[in-house]
Design a protein around this ligand. Structure first.
Ligand SMILES: [Zn+2]
Length: 391
C-alpha cells in the first residue's frame, strides 16, 4: 500500500466520518432512519486495502456508490490512483460503474467518461478509448482534453489524416498553434506515399505540409530525396537549398545529398561556391569537410588540410581535427606518421562516441534524426548538435 493511496483514502474517510457524526446527531434528535452503515462500509473497504486485498476493497466501494452517489469524487480519485499504479482493470471497473449510475450529473458523467477513456488508453484499448473521446468532443465538458487524447490515439495508430483533422479542431477549440504538427503529419503521409513509389502524391503532400508550416525543413529534405532518387537533380537541389533559409541549424543535413546531386550533374564549382557561402554565413563542420573534399579532389591533401586549418583556428571541432589528421597522414613517414596515427585513432573514437542529434525538450541524444523524439514523444524537438563536439 503506497502512502499516496493511503492518504487519498483517509481524506474522504475523515470527511465522511465528520458527515456521519453530524448525521447521527440529526438522527438522534429526530429519531428517523440512519445511514450509519455508509461509514461502516467505508471502514470495511479501507481495512481490505490496508490488508492488501484491493479487489475486495473495490467491491465494497463500488457497492457503497449504490448507496450514495455523493462519493463520486472519491471513486474518481480512487480509480485514477489505481490507473497510476498500473492497476488498469480496477480503474476500469470503478469508472465503468460510475458511468452506469443514472444519478450522476452531466459533468460528473463526462469526468468519468474522460477517466475511463484514459484507462482504456493505458490498457491499450485504443478503439474503445477513441469512441469515448469522440462522445466527449460533442459534449461541452472536457472537449479540449478529449481532442488532445484523440490526437494521441491517431498518432499511435499512425492515422495521419485523422491526426491532421484533430489538430485543426484543437487549434479552433483552444487557439493553440498546431500548424507545425500538422506539417509533420503531412510528412508522415508523404513518407508512406514515397515508400509505395507514389512520387507525385508524396510531393503533393509535402506541398501541403509547407502550406501548414513554411519552415518545415522535413518537407524539403524529403522532397529533395524523392527528386534525387528519381534522378531529378536540379529539382532536388532547389528543395535542399530551401533548408538553410527555413532553419539554419539543419543546413548540415543537406550538405551530403547536395554534394551528390552536384557531382551527378558535374557542377562541382557551383557546389564549392555554395559551401563557401554556407561556411561564411552559417559555419558548420559538414560544410567544411565537404569543401575540403572538393579541394582535395582538385589540389590534393595538402591544400585540403590548409582549408581545414584556416577554419579550425576560429571554430574548433573534433570532426574537423579528425579529418585534418587524416589528410596529414598522407605523405607522412616514420615516427611522425606513428604519432599521427595515435592521434587519429583517438579523434575517430571521439567522433564515433559523440551523438549527432539532441532533443531540446528532454535532452535525448542519438545518431539518428527523429522528427518525433522517441523518449518524450515531442515533435520537431530534435536537432543537430552544434559546437566543438558537433557541427
Ligand atoms: Zn525528447
Amino acid at each position: 500500500m503506497s502512502f499516496e493511496l493511503l492518504l487519498a483514502l483517509l481524506l474522504p474517510v475523515a470527511a465522511i466520518s465528520g458527515w456521519w457524526v453530524a448525521k447521527r446527531n440529526t438522527v438522534q434528535s429526530t429519531g428517523g432512519g440512519g445511514r450509519s452503515e455508509l461509514s461502516a462500509e467505508y471502514f470495511t473497504g479501507l481495512n481490505y486495502l490496508l490488508n492488501e486485498q484491493p479487489d475486495k476493497a473495490v467491491d465494497v466501494f463500488v457497492k457503497m456508490l449504490e448507496v450514495d452517489s455523493e462519493t463520486v469524487e472519491t471513486h474518481l480519485a480512487l480509480g485514477n490512483l489505481f490507473r497510476r499504479r498500473g492497476e488498469g482493470d480496477r480503474a476500469i471497473r470503478i469508472h465503468q460503474n460510475l458511468i452506469a449510475r443514472p444519478t450522476l450529473t452531466k459533468e460528473q458523467r463526462a469526468q468519468a467518461l474522460l477517466e475511463l477513456g484514459k484507462d482504456y488508453m493505458r490498457a491499450g484499448f485504443l478503439d474503445r478509448a477513441e469512441n469515448l473521446f469522440l462522445e466527449l468532443v460533442d459534449d461541452r465538458f472536457h472537449r479540449a482534453s478529449a481532442l488532445d487524447h484523440l490526437s494521441d490515439i491517431y498518432q499511435q495508430e499512425k492515422d495521419w489524416e485523422k491526426a491532421i483533422l484533430t489538430a485543426r479542431k484543437i487549434e479552433a477549440e483552444t487557439g493553440k498553434r498546431m500548424s507545425a504538427l500538422s506539417a509533420q503529419f503531412c510528412c508522415e503521409l508523404a513518407d508512406i506515399a514515397a515508400s509505395r513509389g507514389e512520387k507525385k502524391l508524396a510531393l503533393k503532400t509535402l506541398k501541403r505540409a509547407l502550406g501548414y508550416d513554411k519552415n518545415c525543413v522535413r518537407a524539403n529534405i524529403l522532397a529533395g530525396q524523392i527528386e534525387k532518387d528519381s534522378g531529378n537533380y536540379k529539382a532536388a537541389i532547389r528543395a535542399y537549398k530551401q533548408v538553410e533559409h527555413q532553419d539554419p541549424t539543419f543546413a548540415s543535413e543537406v550538405i551530403e545529398p547536395l554534394f551528390a546531386c552536384h557531382q551527378a550533374l558535374g557542377m562541382m564549382d557551383e557546389m564549392e561556391n555554395y559551401l563557401r557561402h554556407v561556411l561564411s554565413h552559417l559555419g558548420g563542420t559538414s560544410a567544411l569537410l565537404a569543401l575540403a573534399q572538393i579541394v582535395c579532389m582538385q589540389r590534393g591533401e595538402y591544400a585540403a588540410a590548409q582549408t581545414i586549418i584556416q577554419y579550425l583556428k576560429n571554430k574548433p571541432s573534433v570532426k574537423g581535427l579528425d579529418r585534418l589528421i587524416e589528410y596529414n597522414l598522407v605523405g607522412s613517414e616514420g615516427s611522425a606518421r606513428e604519432n599521427l596515427q595515435i592521434l587519429k585513432d583517438l579523434t575517430s573514437k571521439l567522433v564515433d562516441r559523440y551523438p549527432v542529434y539532441k532533443c531540446d525538450t528532454c535532452g535525448f541524444t542519438g545518431k539518428t534524426l527523429h522528427w518525433q523524439c522517441p523518449t518524450c514523444r515531442t515533435w520537431n524537438s530534435t536537432k543537430p548538435i552544434q559546437g566543438i563536439e558537433g557541427e
